[in-house]
Design a protein around this ligand. Sequence first.
Ligand SMILES: Nc1ncnc2c1ncn2[C@@H]1O[C@H](COP(=O)(O)OP(=O)(O)O)[C@@H](O)[C@H]1O
Ligand SMILES: O=C(CO)[C@@H](O)[C@H](O)COP(=O)(O)O
Length: 625
Amino acid sequence: MAETKGPLYMGFDLSTQQLKGIVIQSDLKLVHEAKVDFDADFGSKYGINKGVLTNPSENEVFAPVALWLDAVNLVLDRLRDAGLDFARVKGLSGAGMQHGTVFWSKQATGLLANLDPEKPLTEQLHPDVRSGQGGDRHAGSGAFAHPMSPNWQDASTQTQCDAFDGRLGDPETLARITGSKAHHRFSGPQIMRYREKYPDHYASTSRISLVSSFLASIFLGDVAPIDISDVGGTNLWDTHRGAWHEDLLSLAAGGSPAAAADLRAKLGAVPEDGGATFGTVSPYFIGRYGFPSDCRIIAFTGDNPATILSLPLRASDAMVSLGTSTTFLMSTSEYKPDPAYHFMNHPTTAGLYMFMLCYKNGGLAREAIRDQLNARAFPLAVLRSWKTFDATALGTAPLAQADPDAPMRLGLYFPRPEIVPHLPAGQWRYTYDARAGELAPGPATFEPRDARTIVESQMLSLRLRSQALVGGGNGGGGDNDHTTTGSPPPQPRRVYLVGGGSANPAIASICGEVLGGTDGVFRLEIGGNACALGAAYKAVWGCERRSRAPEGGQGQGQGHETFEELIGARWQAERFVQKVADGYQQGVYEQYGEAVVGFERMEKAVLELQQRQQQQEEEASGTRG
Ligand SMILES: Nc1ncnc2c1ncn2[C@@H]1O[C@H](COP(=O)(O)OP(=O)(O)O)[C@@H](O)[C@H]1O
Ligand SMILES: O=C(CO)[C@@H](O)[C@H](O)COP(=O)(O)O
């Protein structure tokens, strides 16, 4: 039962396709939730599709910042309509999709501090909104030197990434120092390209926020600092030194020490404490919605860091976030960076890190197969139901094998260019005979269709790339020869599913078969809102944690009760999570271990094919020239 008195805490999640807001009590019980769906609510105003605008000729993907301002007003309106008493909200935090940047103009701080509660945010902060279609959609106005935020799906920065990877010698060194090799979507290469493409906009940019610190800034009424975990998605932060990396700043800023200093000032200082209070809520929200004047703004973080805060993860647990992107997340004390994946500071706890794998082709790639299956089964209707997809996935045997010795069916499904493996958009189908060790391309189509294969493909990639951390490898012997010891092979203890796709029972079942999980596969009761929930927990922790030492002087929250202590004591596993599928199944897990070997070979084969095609095209254009 919701209480009628006592403090409430809010958490927001500003992701690719939605802004979600949730409200909880001190005891972590959910009171309200609301969301704004960007396409459904603002699609025609901004001309967006799945939350973004694109410029395919330059591989650009970006989103209008004004859309998010409209969404902030609308999500709060919806929470008010749902009965939220804003006067009880004592603290709020939030999360933003990672890597995206917002470029504030020189007027920004004045405008943010003097908002009129009678008027919507967009009218005051971005008065000159242009739709996706008309006018110069890249002209700045009001608080923004540039009205678009590069999206994490953007792939326009190959030249800048080459420069970043080369700057410290090689991708391995960049990964060791910043937690990741250079990636198209990371803020450093993106800022570099922005400066080169829009030098006037860059010159008139006073501050640069990440999506998370942008949202915090709106609630604070001032430009808020970038978060200690989210900063790991920039390729500009030296993780061990806990400081901006001067040489990388200089690269992004254009060379001179003065330019690097200017970029450092634009980005601002990064507080070490993820539970820091940045101040109290802006008068705009007090006047318009009735927030109390002592409502505290706690550091906002990235959507993936916030997601790992939605439950007390143990070192051997893994999370799979099935949002627009697919991510695999673990909390670990080991810092083992590698160009294939990402390490970032843990959002609340010094000495811990977040390990992450990220795929662009997650939810939207599965939707494309769902739509093909629906169109085939119901040619006269446009259906968004997952029924046919699920029935096909569950009606197909693991790896589509008629018997354990038959060839395995494997595929790659990339409607957008992928991050790992680094491949352009495309679809590839193979068969792999594990007994003979033979991999063969084709056929052109699979029958039954690809529902199981796409989910297996995504899960096999997670298993392949997480095995060094999880400790499990292919089931085919060596260290994994558990058959002689009788104990299950190394694998996660629990796999937690979150994000929109976590509602899908077929995906959960295949996930357990491929990734295992000695305890099974679990889902948060509000798994679709895990990220916003993690942010709300952060608000509770930031506001209610007890001090262990006098304020000041401590590092990442070290002078306080830790996040794990406070949330762990209030967490009720039996109320908040449910088991949705079996994990480790002897025989099946080992069979997928064989498939991992074929899967890795398939990726290599496709990469080589791609390189050969590229070479031939270059030679052909050289001959023509
Ligand atoms: N029942 C379902 N089965 C499979 N996928 C689903 C289901 N419901 C929602 N989704 C997927 O969830 C995605 C949105 O997830 P969400 O975590 O809300 O996204 P984001 O935070 O990236 O905006 C959609 O792209 C959709 O493919
Ligand atoms: O780029 C990444 C992580 O590196 C993505 O995970 C984004 O953070 C967007 O996430 P969703 O919209 O799928 O939540």
